[in-house]
Design a protein around this ligand. Structure first.
Ligand SMILES: Nc1nc2c(c(=O)[nH]1)N(C=O)[C@@H](CNc1ccc(C(=O)N[C@@H](CCC(=O)O)C(=O)O)cc1)CN2
Ligand SMILES: Nc1ncnc2c1ncn2[C@@H]1O[C@H](COP(=O)(O)OP(=O)(O)OP(=O)(O)O)[C@@H](O)[C@H]1O
Length: 200
């Protein structure tokens, strides 16, 4: 089986696992993630945090987002970059600000250059993922959006922490790595926070 086929098979497997979670399991998982984060020093000191709006059984970051609103943090959501196909921009989003649906049916903020935040100015980027391993490999939906966008962090000096947010059932023993993959600094699941080698 080619590497691409293998990734496609893995995607199907882990997407089915997360979609099989019941609404009450999803709610519990989303609440547990808040409990894990609110004692974490990286999270506590972060002022600007990028989230995503859950799709396809992904762990829901809405409670964590709402907690950040209460704490007065600057919260961001990804938007498919209208100027650079295949890339994301991170846009400020606060309670009740309008959202529209993108081509995948995922809600996203409206494009507004005044609200775009540069990658290096973000303290934590929570990424959605299909599967992760403890080497920091991330298997996403296959669009390459996060890898292309986060590639800028490979070269620049920065303190941005890229953290996967995932259900425990999305943990794989070992995922195939691609040359362009951007390793995660950590992974937050309902049961624990994994801090990986190389993070600050
Ligand atoms: N919640 C969330 N937001 C996100 C991402 C994500 O993975 N999750 N993305 C992470 O990069 C970007 C969008 N990437 C995506 C890539 C593929 C599909 C997807 O559903 N593909 C379908 C086919 C959909 C179609 O073409 O109409 C599929 O593979 O079944 C969704 C999002 C930006 N926003
Ligand atoms: N830095 C990059 N530069 C150019 N192309 C890239 C880059 N990163 C990824 N790609 C392209 O994107 C395609 C999808 O990549 P990959 O399967 O790793 O996506 P993914 O991480 O699963 O998706 P996503 O980040 O959207 O959740 C790859 O076939 C690759 O050609």
């Amino acid at each position: 089986m080619s590497a691409v086929d293998h990734r496609a098979t893995l995607r199907q497997h882990y997407r089915a696992l997360r979609r099989a979670l019941s609404p009450s399991q999803q709610t519990q998982a989303a609440q547990d993630v808040v409990a894990r984060c609110i004692n974490d020093p990286t999270f506590l000191t972060a002022k600007t945090i990028a989230f995503y709006l859950a799709n396809d059984g992904e762990i829901d970051s809405q409670y964590l987002l709402e907690y950040c609103w209460q704490q007065g943090k600057t919260t961001l959501l990804p938007l498919l970059d209208p100027n650079l196909p295949g890339h994301l921009v991170f846009i400020e989003h606060q309670a009740h600000w309008p959202l529209t649906s993108n081509k995948y049916g995922i809600a996203e903020p409206q494009y507004n250059t005044d609200k775009v935040v540069a990658l290096q100015a973000i303290d934590i980027i929570f990424t959605p993922l299909v599967a992760f391993d403890l080497q920091g490999n991330r298997l996403g939906m296959g669009g390459g959006y996060y890898d292309r966008t986060l590639a800028a962090l490979n070269t620049d000096r920065h303190s941005t922490q890229v953290l996967g947010l995932a259900h425990d059932c999305q943990q794989a023993d070992s995922l195939p790595m691609q040359a362009w993959d951007i390793p995660l600094h950590g992974i937050v699941t309902p049961s624990q926070i994994f801090t990986l080698k190389g993070s600050v």
